[in-house]
Design a protein around this ligand. Structure first.
Ligand code: ADP
Ligand code: NI
Length: 210
């Protein structure tokens, strides 16, 4: 299994070379690290499944499909992963998607671990860095002064707009803490969530919007 994972890793590194810094191979390494930390509290998890799913979890994401023609299934099959493991890895990957909060049901402990591990990397200091890297790569504004200034705007109104990187905090990043599944994931999300709130408050203060 170790050799198979290594083979997959090589292919995945090549795929991730095509993406911007919000989504490079370091994201995969951080998700692995988060997954290991969570799995230490859940020793019944199958770590080979978690590691393979972490490696491949974004390969089939429609946002990245245009530049990447190989699917997670093809990658697993060409690396010599057996059918049962392939099925379990793909099932685990399905647990990850956010889908505006209408998420897939968690079907396994590995799915719960991977979902939380991926979400931890979207929040906190690293989440802030990634959001601005993503927005920058797509030419978005840092924040929209009108949007923030309209204090009467409800959170859902704010979320329905998508004009700046700061918008993304309201449409997704600030919601993730309450969507964590594992106890350890919830615990790790707390500090990161607070850091984002502090960041937004400081940002608004600095740009004269508080
Ligand atoms: P993940 O790999 O964590 O599932 P995505 O592929 O959805 O994340 O997005 C990659 C990174 O870009 C994440 O950190 C996410 O928060 C950020 N991102 C996604 N959409 C936006 C957006 N509209 N504005 C700013 N950042 C975004
Ligand atoms: Ni991811």
């Amino acid at each position: 299994m170790e050799q198979i994972i290594e083979k997959c890793t090589g292919q995945v590194i090549e795929i991730y070379e095509q993406f911007d810094a919000s989504h490079d191979f370091d994201h995969i390494l951080r998700v692995m690290r988060n997954a290991k930390a969570i799995a230490e509290t859940l020793p019944e998890a199958n770590m080979a499944i978690v590691r393979l799913a972490a490696l491949l979890h974004d390969v089939d994401d429609p946002k990245y499909k245009m530049v990447n023609h190989i699917t997670a299934l093809e990658l697993l099959q060409s690396s010599g992963v057996d059918d049962e493991t392939t099925f379990r890895v793909l099932e685990t990957i399905k647990s990850v998607s956010f889908n505006g909060g209408n998420e897939e049901e968690i079907v396994s402990i590995e799915g719960a671990i991977l979902r939380d591990a991926d979400r931890l990397d979207a929040i906190g200091a690293i989440g802030i860095a990634r959001a601005f890297a993503f927005g920058g790569a797509r030419g978005r504004k840092l924040y929209d002064a009108d949007e923030i200034a309209r204090t009467t705007m409800s959170e859902s109104e704010y979320r329905s707009k998508n004009t700046s990187s700061v918008t993304h905090f309201y449409e997704k990043l600030l919601l993730l803490k309450d969507l964590m599944v594992t106890e350890e994931g919830k615990r790790l999300a707390e500090e990161r969530h607070k850091f984002m709130l502090d960041f937004l408050e400081q940002l608004k203060r600095e740009v004269g919007l508080l």
